[in-house]
Ligand binder design. Structure first.
Ligand SMILES: Cc1ncc(COP(=O)(O)O)c(C=O)c1O
Length: 389
């Protein structure tokens, strides 16, 4: 019997499920002769704004560009400070640095992996202009409390929703999508994201017409009308092919999110009584499980054990942003961000995508439980796989 192999990501499975429609969309772009922005991107912007529940969307060439332009549109500049999380992909901090402002890192709440809102007040100075929370792994940050602090100090809020398309929070009795709670929401459509292009892509959403107009100009060399440039901008335009593909995929996003949530629930049922720390969804939020992340102090041992059984896992993120060499000049040292540092050593991402089979999840959880037994961790006795392994 050959060993089962479960890849961490499987982009082909999703492509096969929409192949014919994708071909039609690409053909449409080829026939149109318009390869950057154009009608397809324009339609996608309207459809994505409608999906999120905002007035405006500007499609861009990456999530990093989205963060950069969001901060620029708000006037963030050298001499300013922007509060952001210590534990994430580096892009949000990079975007702050691109503007000349200083990223001020705040440690995380180790259960949600997101910025610890109770530490935000203590990090605010006279130079603080904005807060940039990341909804990591598809789990919303504590936006109710974060917005309260932002209001109290008059700070702008840019949400990094690059991993959280469609995730929701209950705010004042109403379910709202992340990215629409602050002043500007930023998204990535990088190929592995929950809503993904076949290449690079990103977008901002906002209700603010001034930010919208500024970002539209910034993405296209600061151009207003043809060949008139009131200020300098960038080439951050979205390719027409990506707009066309994203339109095909956006129609399926909700059903893909449901599939991810079902699969996350199955993981949680099967791992509930082990010593692993598993994701806990807050009652007033709906996560979209871009990743299913477990915690154990023996992370590397577990990872090796699963690898031997053909199960590929991921490390997101093994080194907190402030401790990266790129930010050496800020002078942070080990021990400054204890929660982020613990997560960097203990977090393990298990495979999770809409097409992942339930029997694969059962095999993964069975393997984890076998590992737990062999490494003398405490586990319950009651595990019986629901189907043949
Ligand atoms: C949390 C977060 N922010 C920002 C980005 C940047 O997006 P992009 O790769 O599209 O530039 C990513 C993903 O790559 C991300 O995971």
């Amino acid at each position: 019997m050959g060993m089962r192999r479960i890849p961490f990501i499987n982009l082909k499975a999703q492509y096969l499920s929409i192949k014919e429609e994708v071909k039609v969309a690409l053909e449409r772009v080829l026939e149109s002769g318009v390869f950057t922005l154009g009608e397809e991107v324009g339609h996608f912007e309207k459809e994505f704004a409608q999906y999120c529940g905002t007035r405006y969307c500007v499609a861009l060439n990456s999530g990093t560009s989205a963060l950069h332009l969001a901060l620029l549109a708000m006037g963030i500049k050298e001499g300013d400070e922007v509060l952001t999380t210590a534990y994430s992909f580096i892009a949000p901090a990079e975007a702050v640095s691109y503007t000349g402002a200083k990223p001020v890192f705040v440690d995380i709440d180790p259960l949600s992996f997101n910025i610890d809102v109770s530490r935000i007040r203590g990090a605010i100075t006279k130079k603080t202009k904005a807060i940039l929370p990341v909804h990591l792994y598809g789990e919303p940050s504590r936006m109710d409390r974060l917005l309260e602090v932002a209001r109290e100090y008059g700070l702008a809020v840019v949400e990094d929703a690059c991993q959280a398309h469609g995730a929701e929070c209950l705010l004042v009795g109403e379910w709202k999508k992340v990215g629409t709670l602050g002043d500007i929401g930023c998204f990535s459509f990088y190929p592995t994201k929950n809503l993904a292009a076949f290449g690079e892509g990103g977008a901002v959403v906002t209700d603010n017409v001034e930010f919208y107009e500024k970002i539209r100009m910034l993405r296209n060399h600061g151009q207003k009308g043809k060949d008139y440039h009131p200020f300098l901008g960038y080439n951050y335009r979205m390719a027409a092919f990506q707009g066309a593909i994203l339109r095909v995929k956006l129609k399926r996003l909700n059903s893909w999110i449901e599939a991810r949530r079902r699969k996350a629930r199955l993981y949680s049922q099967l791992l509930e009584d082990t010593s692993l720390v598993i994701p806990k969804e807050a009652r007033d939020s709906r996560a979209v499980y871009h990743q299913y992340v477990v915690r154990t102090p023996k992370r590397d041992e577990l990872r090796g054990y699963l690898e031997e059984r053909g199960i590929e896992t991921g490390l997101y993120y093994p080194l907190p942003i402030p401790l990266q060499e790129a930010y050496r000049s800020l002078g942070h040292k080990k021990g400054d961000f204890p929660a982020a540092e613990a997560c960097a050593q203990e977090c393990l991402s298990l495979p999770l995508y809409p097409e992942l089979g339930e029997e694969d999840i059962e095999y993964i959880c069975y393997s984890i439980r076998e590992w737990a037994k062999s490494s003398e961790e405490e586990v319950g006795e009651s595990f019986l796989p629901k189907s043949k392994i």
